[in-house]
Design a protein around this ligand. Sequence first.
Ligand SMILES: [Zn+2]
Length: 479
Amino acid sequence: MRLYNTLHRQVQNFKPQQPKTATLYTCGPTVYNYYHIGNLRNAVFNDTLRRALTATGYEVKHTMNITDVGHLVSDADEGEDKLEKGAAREGKTVWEVAEHYTDAFKQDMAALNVQAPNSYKSPKYHDTYARATEFIDEQIKMVEALLEKGYAYQTEQAIYFDVTKLASYGELSGQKLADKEVAARDEVVTDKEKHHPYDFAVWFFTVGRYKDHTMHWPSPWGQGFPGWHLECSAIIHGTLGDPIDIHTGGVDHIGTHHPNEMAQTEAAFGHPLANYWIHNEFILVDNTKMSKSKNNSYTLKDITDKGFHPLALRLLYLQAHYRSELNFTWESLEAAQNTLLNLYGWADLKHQANLAAVRLPDDEIDKFLESVTTALADDLGTTEALAILFRYVSKLAPGMTLDAEDFDRLTAGLDELLALNLSGRPDITAPQKVLIAERETARDARDWPASDKLRSQLAKQGLEVSDTPNGPRWRRSSF
Ligand SMILES: [Zn+2]
């Protein structure tokens, strides 16, 4: 397995700490709003990485957090808490907001075939996501360690991490603290006792602007709530143990969130947080940045409301390398959907035994699946993996099909890697088979009006019938 490590700015061979095991952490959603297509791309990227690791022989231990407290509007400790803002907007409690958007998030993940994390079980919510509010004790312990070791200081409003105390701070983005200071914009520093503009809060007190913060817990220093960055470090420590092998996220986290996570763990525990940092690129919409004002931060519901299949979106993501910007357009989604229908047309041949069935040589399926895996193992070469698949699919001449058992092995193997639901495709119904047979009889009798009528009857049911040297072949024109 080879992966681009942002920390070293190069593609490296993946060497886990334990042979055959890979520990993986993914920054999860802040549950105050729906995931948009940029966030969804990150989810599919993570899932593809996990599938590639599994296929190359690793047992993947995967944790993902859910931020249900403490993420302020700006990643740099400014503005309101996103959950509180969502609650005010929707006239709900923060807990209701968190629950609603967590459920929506989980539904999106299921629709896109994104596997849930597997290394934690929530006793309260009975799922495998690690919520920030379930790790308050662990976060308080980290603040204690940071204070004890002199990496944090307390003001009236908060406890801050002192970035000047850690020489390695900022190494992920390649920006030295001094450079960052010069480049820093004139931010309003709301806490005048803060030592350095890049110091970040690890614990907020329910005083001043956060006096009425709904979610708060007792701590040795007073009532309050954790800073956003802290939860990832504490959750990793509590579920996987640090250092972990791989930490992932969107490129938007390279500047602030990930350096802060790294700094906390390194300062509190004396070792790095993760050995490989893997980041996926942004999405553009019609070649412009997504934004609320342009109304182009599409959600999965926007996609399905327009009649698209969620897995057409998954395929669209796989068609681009995770480290290149992806330009989303409705036309590109439509093209991806047509490609997916073509793939389903191939997989549906499993049910068309009237065509000439080929039995593949014993090792051909293994070799083919191995070549797709090899493409994925090369820094997640999803475009190459798909190219291999399309070449393979197009090798089957018209009028030919594969042995049904071979189809099962092929499509099951592909679904483990690409998760496009190629296996288990349903057959057409018995009445539809009768219509196809009747059309054949009409054609044999050269009764063209009858045969045309039957063809359009089948088309109305979403089945296109074409004639091959070996008899009729049907294809679905929709999902
Ligand atoms: Zn994080």
